[in-house]
Structure formats: structure tokens, C-alpha cells
Write a protein that binds this ligand. Structure first.
Ligand SMILES: Nc1ncnc2c1ncn2[C@@H]1O[C@H](COP(=O)(O)OP(=O)(O)O)[C@@H](O)[C@H]1O
Ligand SMILES: [Mg+2]
Length: 114
């Protein structure tokens, strides 16, 4: 799949498959399955603390997930929470730990870089 409109038309835009997320002992996302089609509007409703924001933040890559997959436009999100594969960890080239953030991948190490 090359991401062109022709290649992706008709396929779902966002797919969550058996997504799980914990904060310590708190199981916030429990085997979440969700498919959102192109142009579809989805409203997530639930009590405060039920995980709505965590769900959105996980889709936006602002949170890592523990299990399952999130696929956007046919491409699985990288697993930022896992050890980086095929590239140096941030701390390997950063000389000053106080001035670099391990939570903000640079272009040197981003798995999304071409
Ligand atoms: N960064 C975090 N660390 C620990 N617990 C968190 C964190 N973010 C959210 N939580 C907890 O996860 C649960 C779900 O939070 P959240 O996704 O914000 O719910 P909602 O958006 O539905 O109100 C809540 O119990 C909240 O306290
Ligand atoms: Mg919220």
C-alpha cells in the first residue's frame, strides 16, 4: 500500500485491534477493537476516568500501548514503548542528558524517517 488515494479508497482509516493499556495496576484500555472509516465521525462517550482521552492519545501516538495494534491508513503505528530496533537509542549519541528528552525522538532516530 503506497498511501495514495487510489490505494486506500474503501479501506478503513483507523483500526484498533485488541488494544490494551495499563497505568500501573489500572487497566485503562481493555481489548479495544475499533474501526473508523474515511469520513466517519465517531463519538466516544463514557464516564470521567473511563479512558476516552487515553484512547485518543494512543491513536495520536501521545501514549504507548501495551498490547494490540493501531493501524492508520494501512500502516501500523510504531511501538515507541519497545526498545528501538535498527537505530541507536537517544542516549547513545546525546552528550548531555539534561538537554535531551528521550520521549521526543529526533530525526536521527525516528522510525518514521524514510
Ligand atoms: N499519565 C497517567 N498516569 C497514570 N494514570 C493516568 C494517566 N492518564 C490517565 N490516567 C488514569 O487513567 C484513567 C483514564 O483516564 P482518561 O483516559 O483521562 O479518562 P477520561 O478521558 O475518560 O476521563 C483515569 O483513572 C486516570 O486517572
Ligand atoms: Mg478525558
Amino acid at each position: 500500500m503506497d498511501g495514495s488515494p487510489e490505494a486506500t479508497a474503501g479501506s478503513p482509516l483507523v483500526v484498533l485491534d485488541q488494544v490494551n493499556k495499563h497505568y500501573g495496576d489500572l487497566h485503562v484500555l481493555n481489548d479495544i477493537n475499533l474501526t473508523v472509516d474515511r469520513g466517519e465521525v465517531v463519538i466516544v462517550i463514557g464516564p470521567s476516568g473511563s479512558g476516552k482521552s487515553t484512547l485518543c492519545r494512543s491513536i495520536n501516538r501521545l501514549e504507548t500501548i501495551d498490547d494490540g495494534t493501531i493501524t492508520i491508513d494501512g500502516k501500523a503505528l510504531p511501538d515507541e514503548g519497545a526498545p528501538w530496533r535498527g537505530c541507536a537509542p537517544t542516549w547513545a549519541w546525546c552528550s548531555s542528558p539534561s538537554t535531551c528528552s528521550r520521549t521526543r525522538p529526533s530525526s536521527k532516530t525516528s522510525p518514521l524517517a524514510p
